[in-house]
Write a protein that binds this ligand. Sequence first.
Ligand SMILES: C[S@@+](CC[C@H](N)C(=O)[O-])C[C@H]1O[C@@H](n2cnc3c(N)ncnc32)[C@H](O)[C@@H]1O
Length: 254
Amino acid sequence: MGHFTAGREAYARHVGRYGGALSAAHADAAGLAAGDRALDVGCGPGGLLAELARRLGAAQVAGVDPTEPFVGTARAAVPAADVRRGSAERLPFDAGAFDVVLSQLVVNFMDDAEAGVAEMRRVARRAVTSCVWDYAGEMTMLRGFWDAALELDPDAPDEGRTMRFCTPRELAALWETAGLREVRTDALVVEAGYADFEDYWSPFLSGLGPSGAYCASLGDDARAALRDACLARLGSPSGPFTLSARAWFVRGAV
Ligand SMILES: C[S@@+](CC[C@H](N)C(=O)[O-])C[C@H]1O[C@@H](n2cnc3c(N)ncnc32)[C@H](O)[C@@H]1O
């Protein structure tokens, strides 16, 4: 999980820039009710956890993540929440401990997603939800990066090809395999603003996520060529701009 550990600030400026809006859209779609207990699986630095705490109360929410620095950051974000270190595949919680179990941008990173979603179902009483970026389509920030990379290197590890569970069909099948019922999918579309192109480009240099790891693997010349190709793909903006990002959402009843 090394590519997730570059730190909170870098994460916040990379895909984390969309996190606040995505967490709100995910919480809206999840079908929460007052008094619910909710678990955020793969909570990362705790953006969705904080959104759930605002809606349900911090004592009603819990989070779990295998990456140690994120566990600490999530605990600091929501001190009254029960944040534990662990993996989806072996959740350290009792059966039926939560009304709703959510995971945001995580099932595509699980070692064994079938086991992870089965565990999410085990600890849920009412519903299990998730969302995954539309890597192959309208997650514009990453799509632009990988399209630029493919232009220069046809073997670039495009997340639109390497990621599993980033289509509504695959997500629905994963949920049905776990025995969840009334499975439905939807699009969550959010936006984020950039001050300028450097604001877009510099987070890729932090090594964070598969895109950052790819950037870090390049020599100076190849990285400079990739930067130019990304700039061209974005229409060579000279000032602030906004990008939209689509994630596919899935919800199933227990
Ligand atoms: C892209 S981040 C998303 C973090 C957070 N959910 C968010 O929306 O900002 C992916 C997260 O999944 C976690 N993760 C990876 N494999 C996991 C697994 N098997 N079980 C639970 N979490 C996992 C990582 O540690 C990381 O925090």
